[in-house]
Design a binder for this molecule. Sequence first.
Ligand code: GTP
Ligand code: SPV
Ligand code: MN
Length: 600
Amino acid sequence: MKDTKTDHKRLLAWVDEVKSLCLPDRVVWTDGSKDEYNRLLADAVRTGAATRLNARKRPNSYLFRSDPSDVARLENRTFIATRNEKDAGPTNNWIDPGELKSTMRQLYAGCMRGRTMYVIPFSMGPIGSPIAKTGVEITDSPYVVVNMHIMTRVGQKVLEALGSDGEFIPCLHSIGAPLSPGEPDRPWPCAPIEQKYIAHFPEESLIWSYGSGYGGNALLGKKCLALRIASHLAHSEGWLAEHMLILRLTNPQGRRFHIAAAFPSACGKTNLAMLVPTIPGWKAECIGDDIAWMRIGPDGRIRAINPEAGFFGVAPGTSNKSNPMAMRSIERNTIFTNCALTDDGDIWWEGMDQACEHAIDWRGNDWTPDSDRLAAHANARFTAPASQCPVICPDWEDPAGVAIDMFIFGGRRSTTIPLVHQAFNFDHGVFLGASAASETTAAALDVGRTLRRDPFAMTPFIGYHAGDYIAHWFRMGERLGAKAPAVFFVNWYRRDRSGRWLWPGFGENSRVLKWMCERVEGKIDAVRTPIGWMPRNGDLDVNGLTIRSDDFAELMRVSVEPLRKDLSDAEQYFAQFGDRLPDKLRVELDAMRQRLAAAG
Ligand code: GTP
Ligand code: SPV
Ligand code: MN
């Protein structure tokens, strides 16, 4: 935290304005150095906000425990404040921008008293690249600063690229917990739920977040900038900002395939992004695990970059068996949040390889396997540099991105949706993406535990009207024409009546990807079903896999009646879009209804 220098007048004026509104004790510009990172974490350990893990077990790594009220994104407290309510659409919470700013200004007034205000210049995408976007996050949370160090490119070099007049997206964040003189701090200060606001002003590319210190609510480069604000920009500028992993798959002949896949939060993106194929001769490399920015390149194909620099991954369920590459990515230099602390000073969570006899749980209490509580919160996370992933693709930071061969959509569906199907064409693929639904997870605090429609896994992240968003996908298809990627739909999450998984998942998902690659190569035919193309008998490589034949049959079954119910659920959902539902989607809905009628 040397004296960071910029002569960017608008930036300096904005920092001054925020300072006089929030009244911090001091202002610090982050320089992005290792020194600064280490110093902030040492401070956090000293104040009791963080625990340093055993350096022999997990070098240079730390554990934070959040306030129990502040453990995930809060969709009910997330707002898209457009001038016209209609432009936010029925899937977003809306407040008039003037009214929201006045409410939030009152909350921001004096909110950083007793604290340090950090100014974090950051870049989403490689610094200086034509596709990168610069943001500046102001925050009073040192936890946010160290996480931004890992998740984005931060500091002086960003200011240099910004120059004296470059464009930047202002991102204001406060935990909303001022300190009076002498008042002791809490380990994880934050504001009560009803004072939390995660606010977006897409028409002026502005982000204001108040009251929460957790993940996507507070690391504003991620969901707020790279998805909500970026999706709005992408809509008007003709590109895509998506909740997608990016993966390079190389077949035994050396042909490369690039895959972008959208699954809802906590539905398997990080796992697929770091896949270790179980089929001989295939190789997978990770490019990104959560966000893809995609543009049509000079060759007419769509190219994707990962705007992030780290992984903010779901911890529970991650093991050497399920995701060995994630386990190796978090061996050192990692920040853990809401995981359990073992007696030997390491972290633990449910689903890890070894059992745990005793730990301190995520709330800081003693825990044993007999406790009827979780040791780690279900949305406990790790923050790790992407460069630490053993299978990170050598081209992951190429500003030109990678040309996408296929899109995959999916969700967590214990019934109804088979293991894999392929869209008849791109428009049908847009329909598959738009009608995706998923059983909800712990990644958002307040959405209930049911099936919800989640178009393109983007419901919580579309910064404008969801009907216009679907129309935008159709338009991208028109521009791509014959160069549009193939589109597939997968479901790793089928269960039988007792709750047992029908499909082994994880590394075995490579078998499904292999079928997709062979389809893209035009090597194999497929079976035409009412929902799309499906594997012919024998085409899905199950060599060496022990799977019961009745389970496999169930995974491949197209059951007309449940599918018809699902379609009518989707139609009801789409009705709320009114005249902003694209005609092309109506055409696809009709065609699907007719195919199901003909089949049953
Ligand atoms: P966000 O970071 O919230 O956007 O989520 P994500 O999509 O990256 O989720 P992640 O890959 O971390 O998956 C979360 C959960 O899904 C973990 O509990 C995994 O164990 C589980 N999961 C991932 N892949 C599979 C699979 O193939 N089969 C099964 N049964 N579970 C899986
Ligand atoms: C998600 O919820 O989709 C995440 C985690 O990737 S968070 O950054 O908290 O939004
Ligand atoms: Mn996500």
